[in-house]
Write a protein that binds this ligand. Structure first.
Ligand code: NAD
Ligand code: UDP
Length: 315
């Protein structure tokens, strides 16, 4: 008898990253339980798998415990856009803490391996550049971003305490800004904002002077990194992101030039605690996983713009 393929639970599986991961695991012939409360996820993202014998969809909130038989837990459930995670910050903190606690409890009970989708936000507004995994970060504990940043930091802590106390198998990915098809048009994150504004013929909104930087990873590269981390032996924390660093103004120019070079930029106030710079150091992922991103920003933007052109509802 061939060894059976792993049974995967993907929390946040109807969201942007989660649904791409669902696709990859389903295409690999694995079993997938997709769990979501649809706060920022959409059934449309996983509609192609509904009714498939290896696919199951569960409407559930991770702040409540759940009993399931699974081998691998990909714990992605948590709003990722500042607009969404600040909508109800107490709920965001509960999702990060209680959600991770519940999923670790499940992992411990059934002997599953858990991968946490952590974030570059654990580094806050970094004084070290680029950010290596052993940098401990500069996070405001009481600002509007804290519910997310501190939520992910305690989620990482819980993972390592379950690992030390109970031997629970964990993998911690620190994901840097990722973009691609299936971002929500009203997501509020910069790549989708600029593309949607440009396609609608509106000015692009740059916060602050636009000189702050981010490093943008295309979703296919990111999902490949997560799969390699889950399948490998390193617990992490491990940075998963694209080290190509751009100012927000450069990103705006790239989007504008591809959609409508006539468009204007408008400058709006920089949100509180908005990090000035961000770039992943990815030597650990290169060494441990043999992974590095392969899709340059220009190419990933083309694919993302093409997707928004066909899927964007009329304003
Ligand atoms: P997303 O908002 O598209 O997806 C999050 C999913 O989780 C959604 O489907 C949402 O409905 C679901 N969800 C939220 N709260 C829930 C709850 N309490 N119970 C059950 N489901 C819940 O965001 P994304 O970009 O796909 O991010 C996925 C994960 O990756 C998040 O944990 C995020 O923190 C992390 N991450 C993403 C990025 C990025 O750039 N995309 C960067 C760093 C970290
Ligand atoms: N940003 C911007 N215009 C927008 C949306 C975002 O200039 O319409 C800026 C934002 O201030 C930040 C950067 O783009 O400096 C990335 O923002 P995003 O919300 O995508 O991600 P995060 O700040 O969480 O990295």
């Amino acid at each position: 008898m061939p060894a059976s393929l792993p049974r995967n639970l993907i929390t946040g599986g109807a969201g942007f990253l989660g649904s791409h991961l669902v696709d990859r695991l389903m295409e690999a012939g694995e079993e997938v339980l997709c769990l979501d409360n649809y706060f920022t996820g959409r059934k449309a993202n996983i509609a192609r798998w509904i009714g498939h014998p290896r696919f199951e969809l569960i409407r559930h909130d991770v702040t409540e415990p759940i009993q399931l038989e699974v081998d691998r837990i990909w714990h992605l459930a948590c709003p990722a856009s500042p607009v969404h995670y600040q909508h109800n910050p107490i709920k965001t903190a509960k999702t990060s803490f209680l959600g991770t606690y519940n999923m670790l409890g499940l992992a411990r009970r059934v002997g599953a391996r858990l991968l946490l989708a952590s974030t570059s936000e654990v580094y806050g507004d970094p004084e070290v550049h680029p950010q290596p995994e052993d940098y401990r970060g500069c996070v405001n504990t009481i600002g509007p971003r804290s519910c997310y940043d501190e939520g992910k930091r305690i989620a990482e802590t819980l993972c390592f305490d379950y690992h030390r106390m109970h031997g629970t198998e964990i993998r911690v990915a620190r994901i840097f800004n990722t973009y691609g098809p299936r971002m929500l048009p009203d997501d509020g994150r910069v790549v989708s904002n600029f593309i949607v504004q440009a396609l609608r013929g509106k000015p692009l909104t740059l916060y602050g002077d636009g000189e702050q930087t981010r490093s943008f990873c295309y979703v296919d590269d990111l999902v490949e990194g997560l799969i390699r981390l889950m399948n490998g032996t390193h617990t992490g924390p491990m940075n998963v992101g694209n080290p190509g660093e751009f100012t927000i103004r450069q990103l705006a120019e790239l989007v504008r030039d591809r959609i409508n070079p006539e468009l204007q930029f408008v400058f709006e106030p920089l949100p509180q605690d908005d990090p000035l710079q961000r770039q992943p150091w990815i030597e650990l992922a290169r060494r441990e996983l043999g992974w590095e991103p392969s899709v340059p920003l220009e190419q990933g933007l083309e694919a993302t713009i093409a997707w928004f052109r066909t899927s964007l509802p009329a304003a």
